[in-house]
Design a protein around this ligand. Structure first.
Ligand code: ZN
Ligand code: ZN
Length: 205
């Protein structure tokens, strides 16, 4: 069992897949996210293949267990996270020769290479931004706050009744009245204006 994701290319036998079982502390991978607890070390398999003049092909599968808080019912829940990734390391003797690294393309000094950051990123991408304990999670009641996955409450019904019949407390309840008064005010105003205009008109001619 290997406890690091730093590999020495000189130990890789040519022409065959060199398999490594790994177990790494999450602190070592800097897996430190808000609202996510890593509850087991990162374990997995890393396969290395050296080919054509010290090029290293890497195929890795890593997994861990996390605990998060459900975005709907706020209960903590556990989930396993698995990530797979492939990389290609090309030896570069002169750092100036390093071109921009494409997707999965890496350079190394021909001796050691580190896939910690690749493993970290691959795992982080798998962690949901809006975690749900279940797709069918009912969440919490807006009225009394009970977890609707566990119990039912009576305020759900009253919520419905309130939304069906316009309540007096609603700011919109007074709207029809306001509109009526506004209309009649406009009418009387326009009347006055007409009177003024006609008065002015007659005074001019
Ligand atoms: Zn939930
Ligand atoms: Zn309720």
């Amino acid at each position: 069992m290997k406890d690091t994701l730093v590999f020495d290319a000189r130990n890789i036998r040519d022409g065959v897949f060199n398999n490594h079982e790994v177990e790494i502390l999450t602190s070592q991978l800097e897996l430190d996210l808000d609202d996510v607890q890593f509850i087991s070390p990162v374990r997995g398999t890393v396969q290395l293949l050296r080919h054509s003049e010290d090029n290293i092909y890497v195929k890795a599968e890593v997994f861990t267990d996390i605990e998060m808080q459900c975005g709907r019912c706020l209960e903590p829940f556990e989930e396993d996270v698995t990530a797979t990734f492939e990389l290609q390391f090309t030896p570069v003797r002169n750092p100036e020769d390093i071109k921009s690294e494409g997707d999965g393309e890496r350079y190394y000094d021909g001796e050691t290479f580190d896939i910690s950051e690749d493993a970290r990123q691959a795992l982080v991408i798998q962690i949901p931004i809006w975690p749900l304990c279940s797709q069918t999670c009912e969440g919490l009641c807006h009225g009394c706050g009970v977890n609707l996955n566990e119990e039912h409450c009576t305020c759900q019904n009253t919520d419905k009744i309130e939304s069906e019949t316009p309540s007096v407390n609603s700011p919109f309840a007074v709207l029809p009245q306001l509109l009526e008064t506004a209309k009649s005010e406009n009418k009387s105003k326009s009347k006055n204006r007409k009177e003024i205009i006609s008065k002015n008109g007659t005074s001019k001619t």
